[in-house]
Structures are given as structure tokens and as C-alpha cells.
Design a protein around this ligand. Structure first.
Ligand code: NA7
Length: 533
């Protein structure tokens, strides 16, 4: 039996959140140990190596702002960095701040239990000694637990099976192969054009068509990069005032409803946003995600683009979504729809011809067998709660987090759950998280948690827990805010609807600036809604 290892803080995960949390702990004089399942830093950017994997928020904005030397030194090469470049960036951060010496790689946290008597957490790993810590920070990521649907016959497939979120680091040779991609979310939208170029034939199995807006990705203009860096603080500050914590550089021409301007004006603004590219398309007017009639204007605009791009009207029809645009995360593409004009690409609409089973040699749908050598699951993640529910987390009295969250995740501020003292979540459910620029959301949480730990020590206290009534009110608040929006109108992973059996609760909180203000006010009010002792 190896002796326990004692630290102030155990941090689970070495992605954007875990790396900064470690750095922050060290700056505050706290000892910290990071446990990471992957063999290197990167988190989601370590695992998601599928062809075309790329961030859908611009790199100049999807990057740390906490250290000016870092943000000045790092040179991005593309407007939207691809996975290899973001991974290199995080490796650079790990080296720059000498973070690796406190990270244990290739190790999975299996359990974490709170000991009331000693106010410590005992963290168990799949190998090696237990960690005992005053605090635990779950920096486990919102999109890290792969969702692989249980399809009949899946084990019988004799070809290669892959998941976009678990792509082999050495890459996969797809030349000359018949490849099937299941799913048409962001990952598929990015992978499909690249796979189509390489594979002999690509069959895309679509359950729900996706809305896509163009990325217009390309090399980043050095002058533009220099100009941003000259006033980087101003951009970061502007982004923190944006609803989703990015897009502060895009000129905002309309503050109000799309329904208040005439159609020509609305079309011109949507055209301008389309020409700019990216997710800020939906920020053209203030009600595109609030009012069904407003949403319809944007929806029709995008569908008209789809019809222009796709040659075959029948294929265009099958690619046409009918849900609210933006209800599922909008996809940012580089040639997704145009890929269906290629002779080596087939679109299968699973709503018209349902998937019956996987066979040893392909996928059988109601219309027949599609022979394949490779099946790619682009089926997403058990988002926001998946990585946490895989760890046996026990709070006061041995209560399991999965039981506390049986009817959906319950948190106060998305930072803590009642009955689990000194256990913090970075970008947990009930915080803006995936509806915001993740790096801004992560930084705000890491800094809030760091300050919270410092305040406990300064006040001679050892324990903080969310109050049950504050948590109940917060869950209600998140539901109320979500219900003002169009987000709950479709079966998205924001709701947990992509994982069979998962309770449907809208998990992220729309609106970054007001959330940050609340977090700051809670602290100003002496950690209102928390009990500290
Ligand atoms: P997403 O966005 O969850 O997309 C998953 C896709 O897989 C989506 O089209 C699903 O259809 C489809 N899916 C899931 N299960 C099945 C089954 N059983 N059969 C057929 N199709 C299925 O995941 P991504 O990885 O693309 O993107 C995740 C996030 O990463 C993204 O939003 C960005 O933030 C980055 P459905 O829509 O559920 O009908």
C-alpha cells in the first residue's frame, strides 16, 4: 500500500481549465496535483484529433488573457486554429509556466469522497496512491465524455470503428476506403469535407440536419494580429461584455429586433454577418434566439444559402433543418454542404430510412445495406455531466453526486453543489459554459475559485458549501432564463437529449455578463448563498 499524497488542491483534468487552475493555485502558494487521463495536456484538444477538428471561436479570442506576456508571445497562424495548433498552444502554456511537474498523466480519477471529520477529500485513482486534499476542482470539461450510441450489431462490424472524440493520435488512413459517418453535428460538419476528399466513398448518416454558417477560415493577417495585440486588454474586456463572451470585434449595427427593420435591411445585415463568418451570425439582431418569428428570418436566410450551394434539390431538401436555428449549437463550416455535390458522397436520411443495425460489413437501413470499411461515430458527448458522473463522487454522509443530480444537475452558480463542500466545478451546469467562449468562462471560474480559496484562508476558515435554498433558487433562475429563449425548443445536447435515458434539463445558463455580475455580487455580499466555516 503506497502512502497517501497530501496537497491543498486536487485538480481533475489538464485542459484549458486544469492548466490555469494549477497555475493559479501555485501563484497563491497552494500545493496542487493535477490528474489527467490523457498522456499529455490539452483536454478536449488532446482527444479530438479527427480530420478537420478546429475551434469555432476565433483563436485571438479563444485563448488565455490572464498573462500579457503569454498573449503577446503566442502567434496564431489561422483565424480559427485547428486542433494541432491549439494543442501546441496548450503545450507551450504547460512549458512556459512549468506545469507538467505537478500533473500525473495517463491516470484516471475513479472516486472522490468527502471526510466530514477532517474536512478533506480522498481522491482515488485507477493506479497509484490516493490523494488527500482540502479542495477538489473538477476541471473535467463539458465535452469530454464520448457518447457512443448502442446500435444493434455494433460489435459485429469487421471494419474499423472510430469516434471523433477519441481519434487515434497517429491518424487513420482513409484513402481507398468506404467510410460511413454517423451524426451531423459540429464534429461531422468539420470532418465530412476532409474525409470526402480522402475516402473512396463517404456515406453520411443524418438523423437531424444541421444549420451551418461559413467560417471563412484562412491564414491570420499578421497586421490584424498585431493590431489586436496592441490593445488586447480592450478586446478581452469587450468580449466579457458580450452575451457569449466573444465577437467583441464585430461591428454591431442593430441593438433591437430583426422584426423592427424592413426585409431588405434585415437581409443586408444577415448577408454582412454571413460574409464575416462564424457564430456571431446569430448576434445580428437581439432576438434571433428569443422570438420564433425573428428566428424564422435568420432560418430562411440560411436555408436559401443551402439551396444555392447544393446542386441536387432532393439532397438539399434532405439537408434542410426544420428546427429553430441556433437551438442546437450552430455549426461553423468549411465546405460542408458543398461536399454533398461530390460524386463520391451519399446522404442517408435516417428519419426517412431508419438505421436498422450495424452488420459485419456495413450499416443496414430501411432502404438496404451500405457497405463500409470504416464507421465514424460523430455522435458527440454526454455533455456537461458525463465526465463527472463517471467518477464515484460522494459528499457529506456518503451521498452520491449522481443521486443528488438524479433529476438533472443541481448547482449554485454552476460552481458548487450542496452537500459537496470544497468541491468546485469549472464551467459546471448552471453556468454559461458552452454558451460562452469557453476560455473566458474558464478563466472567470478559475479566478473566482482561486479568490474563494484565498478568502477562506484569509478568514481562517476551512470549508465552503452551497446552501440548499440558494441552489434551489439558482436552478429555478437558470430554468427561467432558458425559458425566455428558444434553446429548450429542440432535442439538443444542452438538454441532455442526445443521450438515451438522460434527464432533460437545460444545463448551461445563457448570458455571460449578467452571470459574472452575479458571481461578483455574491462575493461582495460575503459569499451570499454559501455557508463558510
Ligand atoms: P453533437 O453536436 O452532439 O452531434 C452529434 C450528432 O450525432 C448529431 O447530429 C446527432 O443527431 C447524431 N447522433 C447522436 N446519436 C445518434 C444516433 N443514435 N443515431 C444517429 N445519429 C445520432 O456532437 P459533435 O461532436 O458534433 O459536437 C459537439 C460540440 O463540440 C459542438 O457543439 C461544439 O461545441 C464542439 P441528433 O441531432 O441528436 O438527432
Amino acid at each position: 500500500m503506497e502512502a497517501d499524497r497530501h496537497v491543498d488542491v486536487v485538480i481533475v483534468g489538464a485542459g484549458f481549465a486544469g492548466l490555469y487552475m494549477l497555475h493559479r493555485c501555485r501563484q497563491q502558494g497552494l500545493s496542487a496535483a493535477v490528474v489527467e487521463a490523457g498522456d499529455d495536456v490539452g483536454g478536449t484538444w488532446y482527444w479530438n484529433r479527427y480530420p478537420g477538428a478546429r475551434c469555432d471561436v476565433e483563436s485571438l479570442e479563444y485563448s488565455y488573457g490572464f498573462d500579457d506576456d503569454l498573449q503577446q508571445a503566442w502567434e496564431w497562424t489561422e483565424r480559427y486554429a485547428g486542433q494541432p495548433e491549439i494543442l501546441r498552444y496548450l503545450q507551450h502554456v504547460a512549458e512556459r509556466f512549468d506545469l507538467r511537474r505537478d500533473i500525473t498523466f495517463g491516470t484516471t480519477v475513479t472516486a472522490a469522497a468527502f471526510d466530514d471529520a477532517t474536512t478533506t477529500w480522498r481522491v482515488q485513482l485507477d493506479h497509484g496512491p490516493d490523494l488527500v486534499a482540502r479542495f477538489v476542482v473538477m476541471a473535467t470539461g463539458c465535452l469530454s465524455s464520448a457518447n457512443v450510441p448502442e446500435l444493434e450489431g455494433a460489435d459485429s462490424f469487421e471494419g474499423l470503428t472510430l469516434h471523433t472524440g477519441r481519434w487515434p493520435a497517429e491518424g487513420v488512413e482513409l484513402a481507398g476506403q468506404r467510410v460511413g459517418v454517423i451524426g451531423t453535428g459540429s464534429s461531422a460538419v468539420q470532418a465530412v469535407p476532409i474525409i470526402a476528399e480522402e475516402a473512396a466513398h463517404l456515406t453520411v448518416f443524418q438523423r437531424t440536419p444541421a444549420y451551418v454558417v461559413p467560417a471563412w477560415n484562412g491564414p491570420l493577417d499578421p497586421d490584424e494580429q498585431a493590431a489586436v495585440k496592441a490593445e488586447y486588454g480592450a478586446l478581452r474586456a469587450a468580449n466579457r461584455e458580450m452575451f457569449s463572451a466573444f465577437g467583441g470585434r464585430v461591428e454591431r449595427r442593430y441593438e433591437g429586433s430583426v422584426l423592427e427593420v424592413d426585409d431588405a435591411e434585415a437581409q443586408a445585415e444577415l448577408e454582412r454577418r454571413w460574409a464575416h463568418g462564424g457564430l456571431t451570425f446569430l448576434a445580428a439582431f437581439n432576438d434571433l434566439l428569443l422570438d420564433p418569428a425573428a428566428n424564422e428570418v435568420a432560418r430562411r436566410f440560411v436555408i436559401a444559402k443551402l439551396r444555392e450551394i447544393v446542386d441536387d434539390p432532393e439532397v438539399a431538401r434532405r439537408l434542410t433543418p426544420d428546427h429553430v436555428i441556433g437551438c442546437k449549437r450552430l455549426c461553423v463550416d468549411s465546405g460542408y454542404w458543398a461536399t454533398f455535390n461530390r460524386p463520391n458522397v451519399t446522404l442517408v436520411d435516417l428519419r426517412e430510412t431508419p438505421l436498422e443495425r450495424i452488420t459485419p460489413s456495413g450499416i443496414r437501413t430501411a432502404e438496404g445495406e451500405h457497405p463500409l470499411e470504416v464507421i465514424v461515430y460523430a455522435t458527440g458527448f454526454d455533455a456537461m455531466t458525463g465526465a463527472l458522473s463517471r467518477i464515484d463522487i460522494r459528499g457529506v454522509g456518503g451521498e452520491r453526486l449522481t443521486d443528488a443530480w438524479a433529476a438533472g444537475p443541481r448547482t449554485y452558480l454552476g460552481l458548487m453543489t450542496h452537500g459537496f463542500p470544497n468541491l468546485f466545478l469549472v464551467t459546471g451546469p448552471g453556468s454559461p459554459s458552452v454558451l460562452a467562449n469557453m476560455v473566458e468562462a474558464i478563466q472567470q471560474h478559475v479566478e473566482w475559485i482561486g479568490d474563494c480559496l484565498a478568502a477562506l484562508d484569509a478568514d481562517g476558515l476551512s470549508r465552503i458549501d452551497a446552501d440548499l435554498d440558494a441552489q434551489d433558487r439558482w436552478v429555478e433562475h437558470v430554468n427561467d432564463i432558458a425559458s425566455f429563449t428558444l434553446f429548450p425548443t429542440c432535442s439538443s445536447w444542452y438538454l441532455g437529449a442526445n443521450v438515451p435515458g438522460k434527464t432533460r434539463v437545460f444545463m448551461p445558463l445563457p448570458g455571460f455578463p449578467s452571470y459574472v455580475e452575479t458571481c461578483e455580487q455574491v462575493v461582495a455580499d460575503g459569499y451570499r448563498g454559501f455557508t463558510r466555516r
